[in-house]
Design a protein around this ligand. Structure first.
Ligand SMILES: N[C@@H](CCC(=O)N[C@@H](CS)C(=O)NCC(=O)O)C(=O)O
Length: 201
């Protein structure tokens, strides 16, 4: 059985939903309750996946590890198709996630006032531009890769939920909103949210 160190609602939720989708047993441990967290992750960040005593960090690496290990219809085998898939995993993990990260950083480090307001709005505008790229990708499809839901959709839906913590307008097109609603209605995603709430209580 896998062990996943998580924080509720954090990027680790996409890994948790993916594990459910792949029908893998997982014990989830809230970071604040993980007694041996330092042993697994000296950077203080989630997600950390523990497989047979070995810890794997970085969301994108964990996702690729799981998709190569467990049979699924998400990751193409090779070539340009696989490159496109990895491109979108990295867009989510290394472009969209850090764009939201700027909101958290500004929220935590700047004093309230006009400068903070301006910085938050500039960060939100950059995020809205990224959602436009997602909207274009969804031109003829319900999910990033056509009609097959993948880990990329899980990642994007988790990040999208972070906008609510800030007094900013993040603009998302209709297709993006539909994708997020569809992910939030997926049994694997719902179970992940519920199990995290129970494990953190
Ligand atoms: N590049 C890392 C980023 C991980 C990351 O930023 N995780 C956040 C949660 S989404 C975290 O653990 N933050 C630490 C904190 O808020 O204390 C990954 O993809 O795993």
């Amino acid at each position: 059985m896998y062990k996943l160190i998580y924080m509720p609602g954090a990027c680790s939720l996409a890994i948790h939903a993916l594990l459910n989708e792949l029908k893998q047993d997982v014990e989830v441990v809230d970071r604040s309750k993980a007694v041996d967290f330092d042993k697994h992750e000296s950077r203080g960040m989630v997600p950390v996946l523990i497989d047979n005593g070995q810890s794997i960090r970085e969301g994108a690496a964990i996702i690729l590890y799981l998709l190569e290990k467990h049979k699924n219809n998400m990751i193409p085998e090779s070539g340009l198709e696989k490159a496109r898939f990895v491109e979108w995993i990295m867009f989510a993990n290394a472009t969209m996630h850090p764009a939201y990260g700027r909101l958290f950083f500004i929220g935590k480090t700047m004093e309230d006032g006009p400068a903070k307001h301006q910085a938050l709005n500039a960060a939100a505008d950059a995020i809205s531009t990224l959602w436009q790229a997602v909207e274009r990708q969804l031109k003829n499809a319900n999910y990033i890769f056509g009609e097959q839901i993948t880990a990329v959709d899980f990642m994007l839906a988790v990040y999208a939920s972070w906008g609510q913590y800030f007094p900013v307008d993040i603009i998302m097109g209709d297709k993006v909103r539909r994708l997020i609603a569809a992910v939030n209605a997926q049994p694997a995603f719902i179970k992940a949210v519920e199990d995290e709430a129970a494990a953190s209580a």
